[in-house]
Every structure is written in structure tokens, then in C-alpha cells.
Design a protein around this ligand. Structure first.
Ligand SMILES: *Cc1c(COP(=O)(O)O)cnc(C)c1O
Length: 392
């Protein structure tokens, strides 16, 4: 029986095994595990990789987001707007701080936060006064978090301009999209550093993955960057003096050392993901409209960097049958995400509204294998497997 795994981290490790083990040994010999020079080096490399910004290493993507929200003063009485079609952490951090996550539906084609819906929400449900933008129930809108889902940047020029008119900061959730580029009106920019604030995740299965949890906050605001460095270390500055309440959100030296070895390969890996995506897209063209491939709105202007394909997500009303069909051939496929956040039990009391595009996406999307180490033969098996379902 043919077998194509949805994901196989061992292949990447095999290709870098010796140099990574050397780095791990060096950190063990130093017995210096928390922050330190390796973390600082990674912060510098990620900052220059993403563009003009400061990078602050965090224990996870979730902690990076939490620290950013804390740094911007989000708390009870506040609201933060985001997409319901994302990983839980995006809205979870907001709720943990006592603020209310408010959902705005996605664009049907890109799966990303819809600028049109966002503007509608601001115009029809909020009022702007000298204290800021307030929701109907009087909550202060403190931030908007667009998520660059699956490796495709949101319509950031539109979102940034809508938000700047009402003076609301934008925090990019770039956990899926490190290295993805966006053709903004003032030049090409990279996910997480298109606006003023963003965060990354180095969870092992993300496009740049550590050997455990890790993340990073990005900002162009030097004052906030300094505050984040204090917040990630219990709000302590100097030692044993606490002006603010922070947490333990520090990145490990071991993770930083490993990520430093992987980062130089990231663009090449994303390029391979793009190549696989183009193969799938060509094969699936004749299956439309029963099966829809991901859209590439920036392909014409910036090509290969316009989508980093953290996931290759197809859409079909026969999603569950297709997944079963692939499984019978030993081909892995996953659903990101089966339940939109407003339908999660823990948020049931927050929002009873329906977000039709997010609900429809949740019932129709399927992610196919797309990692850089897939062989051409495996990619063909996946493509044939999908085609055989629709052509039978
Ligand atoms: C992975 C992920 C996060 C959180 O990152 P962790 O490192 O797992 O804490 C946040 N948002 C999205 C969209 C993610 O996929």
C-alpha cells in the first residue's frame, strides 16, 4: 500500500543532524540555558529576515501574543477583533487577559480576515470618541489581529488603513507565515513586520520549527520592544524589582541555537513548498469547480514569496469523503480548522452570532501533504489520489 505521510519531521532533522547536534552540545557545555547570546543572535537574524523591526524571543507563539497584548495594555473592559477561522491561541490570549474577543468573518477565497467585514463592523457597530473606538456595549477596541492563514498574507494595506482611521493598533498573527511577502503600496514587506506589531511561532510543525516550543514578538516600536523584554521576564527590571506584572515567557538558548541553524534554509524550504503547490494546482485545475485550490492573490506581483504554503488547503463540499478516500490509499490529510472559534464551548457565552464564511470553510477545507522533503513521486501519488476520487 502506498503511503504518503501528512508530515514527517524526521526527514529534515536527518539532513541537518550533525550540525544541530553540535549546536546542542555547545549549549550543554555552556550550561547557560535561559536567554543569552544565542537568543540575541536569533533575535537579530529574525529581525533582519522580517524587515525593519525588533524581535523579542518568547517561550511560544502564544506567549509572544500574550506579551504583546499585555504591552499594549489590553485588559478588562477592552475588546480585540480577530478572525474566527484560526488556531485557538489567537483569541485565547485575549480572553485570558479579561478582554473580549470579537470575531469578524473571513474572505471566502483567501480564508483571511475580510477588510470589508471589518470596515462594516467598525462603521455599524462601533462609535469613535476622544477615548477611542467603542463597541455597542461600551468596550474599547484595543487591537485587531489579522491572521496570515496557511502562509498567505492578509489584505494588509486595506486592514491597516481601516484601523488607522480609528486609531486601533494591528497585531499580525504570523505563526503560519514566516517569510511570506506582501506587496504593500510602499514596497514588499514580510509577514509579521508589515505593520507595527506581529508575532511568530516556532512550534515544531511550523515552517521554522524548534525542538519544542518557541516564539517571537516583532515590533517597530522601540519603547514597546523594551517593555516586552521586561514583561517576558516577570516584569523584572532591575533584578528583583517589579514595576509591572509580567510572566515567564523567555525563549530557551537550546531552541535559539537550533533555530539559528535552520533559518538560513527557510527561503529554500518555502520555495520547495511553492513548487509542490504549483504541481498540485496544475493537476487540480481540471477538477474545478468540485475541488478548489488555494488562491494566490500576490503571485503576479511577487511570485514565489507571495505564499509560503505552510499548508496547502483545498476546498470541497465532499471533504469528509475525500479524506476517507485518501486515507484508504495511505495518504495523510488534516483539517485546519474543524470548529470555528465562535463555536467553541469556552466562547459560547461570548458570541452567538453566525459567521457563515468561517462555518462553511470549517466544513469544506482539507490540508494535503506539503513539506519541503516530500519527493516528486510522493507529490504525484497525492495528486493522483485526489484526482481518482473526483474521476471515479
Ligand atoms: C501555532 C499558532 C499560534 C500559537 O503558537 P504556539 O507557538 O503554538 O503557542 C498562534 N496562532 C496560530 C494561527 C497558530 O497556528
Amino acid at each position: 500500500m502506498t503511503c504518503v505521510p501528512f508530515f514527517d519531521l524526521k526527514r529534515q532533522f536527518r539532513s541537518l543532524r550533525d550540525e544541530i547536534l553540535e549546536e546542542i552540545t555547545a549549549v550543554c557545555d555552556s550550561q547557560s540555558f535561559i536567554l543569552g547570546p544565542k537568543v540575541e543572535m536569533l533575535e537579530r537574524d529574525i529581525a533582519s529576515f522580517c524587515g525593519e523591526c525588533q524581535a523579542i524571543g518568547m517561550a511560544s507563539g502564544t506567549d509572544a501574543e500574550l506579551a504583546l497584548l499585555m504591552g499594549l495594555g489590553v485588559g478588562p473592559g477592552d475588546a480585540v477583533v480577530t478572525s474566527p477561522f484560526t488556531f485557538f491561541a489567537t483569541a485565547g490570549c485575549v480572553a485570558r487577559l479579561g478582554a473580549k474577543p470579537i470575531f469578524v468573518d473571513i474572505d471566502r477565497n483567501t480564508f483571511n480576515l475580510s477588510p470589508t467585514r471589518l470596515e462594516e463592523f467598525f462603521n455599524s457597530d462601533c462609535t469613535l470618541d476622544e477615548t477611542g473606538l467603542r463597541t455597542g456595549e461600551g468596550l474599547l477596541v484595543k487591537a485587531v489581529i489579522p491572521v496570515h492563514l496557511f502562509g498567505l498574507c492578509c489584505a494588509m494595506d486595506e486592514i491597516l488603513s481601516i484601523c488607522s482611521r480609528v486609531r486601533v493598533p494591528v497585531i499580525e498573527d504570523a505563526a503560519h507565515a514566516l517569510g511570506a511577502e506582501y506587496p504593500s503600496a510602499d514596497g514588499r514587506k514580510r509577514a509579521g513586520a508589515i505593520g507595527e506589531f506581529g508575532f511568530l511561532s516556532f512550534y515544531p510543525t511550523k515552517s521554522l520549527g524548534g525542538f519544542g516550543d518557541g516564539g517571537m514578538a516583532l515590533t517597530r516600536d522601540a519603547t514597546l520592544a523594551a517593555r516586552l523584554r521586561v514583561i517576558r521576564n516577570q516584569g523584572m527590571e532591575p533584578k528583583y524589582y517589579h514595576e509591572v506584572v509580567g510572566g515567564n515567557f523567555r525563549l530557551d538558548a537550546l531552541q535559539a541555537a537550533i533555530l539559528l541553524k535552520k533559518l538560513p534554509h527557510l527561503d529554500e524550504w518555502s520555495g520547495r513548498r511553492w513548487e509542490i503547490a504549483q504541481y498540485y494546482r496544475a493537476k487540480f485545475r481540471e477538477l474545478a469547480p468540485a475541488l478548489q485550490s488555494p488562491v494566490e492573490p500576490f503571485a503576479e506581483s511577487i511570485g514565489v514569496r507571495g505564499h509560503t504554503y505552510h499548508q496547502f488547503v483545498v476546498r470541497t463540499p465532499r471533504r469528509d469523503e475525500l479524506r476517507e478516500h485518501l486515507r484508504s490509499f495511505g495518504i495523510g490529510a488534516e483539517i485546519y480548522y474543524p470548529v470555528p472559534l465562535h463555536r467553541q464551548k469556552c466562547f459560547a457565552k461570548i458570541d452567538a452570532t453566525s459567521y457563515p464564511e468561517s462555518e462553511s470553510a470549517a466544513s469544506q477545507v482539507l490540508a494535503l501533504p506539503i513539506f519541503p522533503e516530500l519527493t516528486d513521486a510522493e507529490v504525484e501519488i497525492v495528486a493522483e489520489g485526489v484526482a481518482s476520487f473526483f474521476n471515479k
